[in-house]
Design a protein. Structure first.
Length: 243
């Protein structure tokens, strides 16, 4: 299973859970191969060009169709979609040393110190990045968006204080939130997350419309035999509720 993002991030975490379940369902070891770079383009390109023999799967997320003009694959022709396996909203979070607890605090700090507030995010075409841009546009604040290869290295730098805030996924950050190293500020979804029930949605925090939810899917190269396709589909269908 090709995961086109670095190890330790949200896509990698979901991918490894699904790989374990598919191993049991298929009776064969499913190995995760991280191939990050260019906002998932490098790993995706490699996966769709693999032999369509049922032995290569690919984790994809919302934003795939927003890749560069010439990514080296055609999203309408080069995939044999298997199914949606999870959905996880973006969470606005901060290093615990940053004096913000709410979205209003973030906006006030950014207006007080224009251009000095840094927000980390995976690069375009990820929804994390476009969520950060949407946040800037909706509030009119001047902040610097810092791009990372994935949410794993982003979370490491956020904990280390190299960036002040992040538009991040919860899986790589939940341990540090529980340990008090990171502050979860708002969930960019219509409903709160069960894992952090005290954190308000963006709408509850005063910014309705900031809904940024990532959908995770599983696919194979176009031409993969339907029997292999269905086996993976049945295995993945049992484990969709990861949000």
């Amino acid at each position: 299973m090709v995961v086109p993002y670095p190890a330790g991030g949200g896509v990698d975490t979901v991918g490894r859970v699904i790989a374990q379940k598919l191993t049991a369902a298929l009776g064969q070891q499913v190995v995760v191969e991280n191939r990050p770079g260019a906002g998932s383009v490098i790993g995706t390109r490699a996966a769709v060009k693999a032999p369509p023999d049922g032995y290569t799967l690919l984790m994809i997320t919302t934003g795939l169709s927003l890749s560069s003009a010439n990514p080296g694959y055609d999203v309408t022709k080069d995939f044999a979609p298997i199914g949606t396996i999870a959905s996880i909203p973006i969470v606005v979070m901060a290093n615990a040393s940053v004096p913000v607890k709410t979205l209003s605090d973030v906006i006030a700090l950014a207006k007080k110190e224009p251009g000095k507030v840094t927000i980390g995010s995976p690069p375009p075409p990820t929804l994390n990045y476009f969520g950060a841009e949407q946040f800037k546009a909706m509030t009119g604040i001047d902040v610097s968006i810092v791009s990372y290869k994935g949410t794993g290295p982003l979370t490491n730098d956020l904990v280390g204080g190299h960036v002040m805030l992040a538009f991040n996924t919860l899986p790589p950050a939940i341990g540090n939130i529980q340990a008090g190293k990171l502050t979860a500020i708002a969930v960019c979804a219509p409903e709160r997350l069960a894992a952090i029930p005290d954190v308000p949605t963006a709408a509850e925090a005063g910014l309705p419309g900031l809904d940024v939810v990532l959908y995770y899917g599983l696919t194979a190269p176009a031409g993969t035999p339907r029997a292999d396709h269905r086996a993976a589909q049945q295995g993945a269908a049992r484990h969709r509720d990861l949000g």
